[in-house]
Design a protein. Sequence first.
Length: 472
Amino acid sequence: VNVFGLLLGSQVVFVANGMATEQALQTLGMSLAARSLVRLDEQSKLPEQELSFVVNKNSLRYEGSALEKILDQKFDDSGRQELRDTVRNCFPERAFFTVPMLGTPSFDASLEALRSHLLQRRRPVSMGGVALGGRQLAGLMELIVDEVKKSEEISVPSMNRYVIYEGFLLPLANGLLEYAQSNMPLLDDYDPDLAKRNPINETLKKFDDSSSHIAYKELKAEARDMLSFRLRDLWHWVEAENEKLGDEVSDTVQETREVEINRTKAVLGFKGLLKEVVVTKQLMREESRTLLHRKRGGEPECLPWKPLGTTVTRIQEWIFDSVPGLPKRRGQLLKSSPNALLSLLKFLNKDRQPRICVLQDGHFMWWDAEGFASKGEAKGCINFLVHWAWIRQDPSVATAFIIAPADPNGWQDPSSFTGDALREFSFDAEGSEYSCSEWMTAIEEHARFGALAAEQLGPELQWQIKVRKPMG
């Protein structure tokens, strides 16, 4: 009983029979000897307690300071002096009461004074900030009995663990774990934003808030680590399930490619002005593969390439594939003459010569009416594979355009037309089958083709492409 009182009570009521004697004080000291059974660590301490010293069946006259006078007495006997020091140290707060014999006039008042004091000074039993309930108090008393039987001493750290860890922190952690488990995402499809639904940090914060009044950091850290470990174990299972869903295929795409088998040199084969051009023809094997797009996104998974069993022939100088699609134009244009005498007639608007103009296969050619009718040699020809050109609107005539050399040094090999390397050609589309802008757009497309074809042919251009005036 003494041990229970010292460990669990907030108030110690010591009752002396008849009078406050030295023997009564020694009896109190013997009760305090039970403290020797208590083993403490650096973080543990016994609860602060208040002593109520009661003289029962009192027939003497005592002042309220009687106990303090007894404790203040000085003795040469070290035992008696140590007894008084022990009582002071164990009970910083002390009170003294007397209760007379039952039936005496002051009995009821004295008893009520004692009762009121004890009720007013009572406080809940707690350990480390955790208030003890009935079940916890009973369990703690059983622990005390087991400790005394086992080692004849009581470990306050063990009591703290029973009350604070097993009685409060562990149930708190288990409750939060159960709550978090019930709120874990239930996945029926891949969730790319699953991390935003992770309840771990929120749950640990709830634990920290709910245990902030607990002073025992090691016990809190142990419970928190256990909770964190089990939360992460649950979350890893959710992540694994999400990864499994993310591995599912959301879409498949077929991709094809051509792989060169061999290459040979051969004439282009088209009809027209470029039919004798030699190009590199590639025999290509057609292959396909499947691209798997997973629900999780990212780069698709590529299955191996497989041959389709078909081949196709490609031209390495691929710009020549566009020859059949180049726009063709045939119509009359009014060409300004470079002849000096005719130039003088410009003031009379007599300098413009009608010409039959043909645009095809990267060439712009013109004939007079007689030559075109007899299928004779063209009066002039601009070969855009050799003659790099740029086309602009004639600023002086709304229906006319100008073909000029793109190279500042002028035309390369101007032998297919009259005039020098820097000559600019002016053509007026007034009365033509096509408008000025239609002629310009088509000529610009042929000019771009010629420049790119020359680039792809490279050094072979010099011996493959001849500058000449075609026949009509």
